[in-house]
Design a protein around this ligand. Structure first.
Ligand code: GLN
Length: 484
């Protein structure tokens, strides 16, 4: 059953080839077997899952329910889940049982999906390798010595190893697309404001966006349709209708204008990785699309800009973890200052502290203009570069990452090298644009990703462009050895 895509599983449920309880049991068994090897989960919600599956089966038997009724799904542990541990992979929230559901969780629950558990991730979504988790690293199903990418590494590894047909994820600087690329699965980051951030634990509020990791673009279209939409609880949520993303998947790409970002094909790109991307572009040319080189001159500034803006926002967002209202609290505080200091000293990991310190520094009175304000200006320039490019082309296509997955521990001692892993993904976050990563082949036995960036709210277009490629190729259907 796990070899099928989510769309095929949903069809199987409707045709009563199997029940949601059978499907859920099947995935729970795979999760229990896979967890010791991959560590993709923080929490497995077996009892709740089986109860939800029974309820879904009753709906299906009565001829009710929607396209996702009875489909198992995993939530990244950054999404609040009522009555279920919600840790953000931090010691700070290691005892936090959320009193409410995030809007994304509530919507997917209302759509009839069955939550299997909560996916491991980098602590507070800060990382590119899933090594900053308080619960230990996640391993890449293609090779357990390698990282799965991050911060949504648990979500990507779970889908790649077919421990779940879909997993929610979040992307602040690449955390959906980069792990999707490194694990050989499909991951979409929608336009900023398309998916509600209510109940999604904040890292950098002007960049954070929820999305989903699946096997195929068709699956992503189904899940995103149920997640997206206006939410009065999120002041940055945009009130524009959600189209049926599945309706336009098969639109022709004849005459589609594809922009190749000059800045993406730079010297940092692994030559074999580049080769796979060029082969994918040839598929589009064969289907009648036209390629055109475009340049975004300010794009090389995206990593330094991000590493001012994101830490600044995180230092403000993470101020709430004070040991008073919820979460971790140190033992026997002497006084209030001691409570704050030790709670935060013990509750946060090294990468989170590094970001809080950087953020506090760039926002301080003496350095605000030199760093924070300057970064905001450069962010505008990058956004304008994208706007200009989209006057000439319909989508931008390039690599998702410079290299395939790297070894556990390879980059942990050098934060800058780690940060450079997101060089191709951060631009879309700074400009708030939708982007998807899809598998486009292998380099030295490891999957690599193709990134498609679209105009604001053009999720339907990038899903269409991704789906058309997946009709021609089967990279997305490859399963890591040992997980078939
Ligand atoms: N890797 C980037 C970071 O460490 C992006 C993380 C993310 O998108 N959540 O901040």
């Amino acid at each position: 059953m796990h070899r099928r895509t989510l769309a095929e599983l949903a069809a199987g449920l409707r045709k009563k080839e199997f029940s949601s309880v059978e499907l859920t049991r099947h995935y729970l068994e795979r999760i229990e077997r896979g967890q010791p090897a991959l560590n993709a989960f923080v929490t497995i919600t077996r009892e709740q899952a089986l109860a939800a599956a029974e309820a879904a089966d009753r709906e299906l038997a009565a001829g009710r329910g929607g396209p996702l009724t009875g489909v198992p799904i995993v939530h990244k542990d950054i999404f609040c889940t009522q009555g279920v541990l919600t840790t953000c992979a931090s010691r700070m929230l290691s005892n936090f049982v959320s009193p409410y559901d995030a809007t994304v969780v509530a919507k997917l629950k209302a759509a009839g999906t069955v939550m299997l558990g909560k996916a491991n991730m980098d602590e507070f979504a800060m990382g590119s390798s899933n090594e900053t988790s308080w619960y230990g690293p996640v391993r890449n199903p293609w090779n357990p010595e390698l990282v799965p990418g991050g911060s949504s590494g648990g979500s990507a590894a779970a889908v790649a190893a077919r421990l779940a047909p879909a997993a929610t994820a979040t992307d602040t600087g690449g955390s959906i697309r980069q792990p999707a690329a490194l694990c050989g699965v499909t991951g979409i980051k929608p336009t900023y404001g398309r998916v509600s951030r209510y109940g999604m634990i904040a890292f950098a509020s002007s960049l954070d966006q929820g999305g989903v990791i699946t096997v195929s673009a068709e699956d992503a279209a189904l899940v995103l349709g149920a997640m997206a939409g206006f939410d009065p609880q999120d002041s940055t949520s945009v009130d524009t209708p959600v189209p049926d993303y599945t309706a336009t998947l098969n639109d022709s790409v004849e005459g589609l204008k594809i922009g190749l970002l000059k800045e993406f094909f730079d010297k940092g790109l692994d030559p074999e990785n580049e080769q796979r991307v060029r082969e994918a572009l040839a598929v589009y040319e064969r289907l009648g699309a036209r390629l055109q080189e475009v340049s975004l001159p300010n794009l090389p500034l995206s990593v330094p800009t991000y590493y001012v803006v994101a830490p600044a926002e995180c230092s403000s967002n993470l101020a709430r973890y004070d040991g008073v209202r919820f979460g971790y609290r140190c033992e026997n505080p002497r006084d209030l200052m001691d409570l704050y200091k030790r709670t935060r000293g013990e509750g946060f990991g090294a990468e989170v502290k590094r970001r809080i310190m950087t953020g506090t520094y760039v926002l301080s009175a003496g350095y605000y203009d030199a760093y924070y304000l300057k970064a905001q200006k450069v962010r505008q320039l990058i956004a304008r570069d994208f706007e200009r490019a989209f006057q000439e082309v319909d989508v931008l296509i390039g690599p998702t990452t410079p290299t395939p997955a790297f070894a556990l521990g390879a980059k942990t001692s050098d934060p800058i090298t780690m940060y450079l892993n997101d060089i191709y993904t951060i631009g879309a976050n700074l400009a708030g644009l939708p982007a998807i990563s899809i598998p486009c082949g292998f380099v030295r036995g490891l999957p690599v990703g193709l990134q498609i960036v679209g105009r604001h709210f053009a999720e339907a277009k990038i899903l269409n462009v991704a789906h058309v490629y997946q009709r021609e190729t089967d990279w997305h259907l490859r399963v890591p050895p040992g997980w078939a």
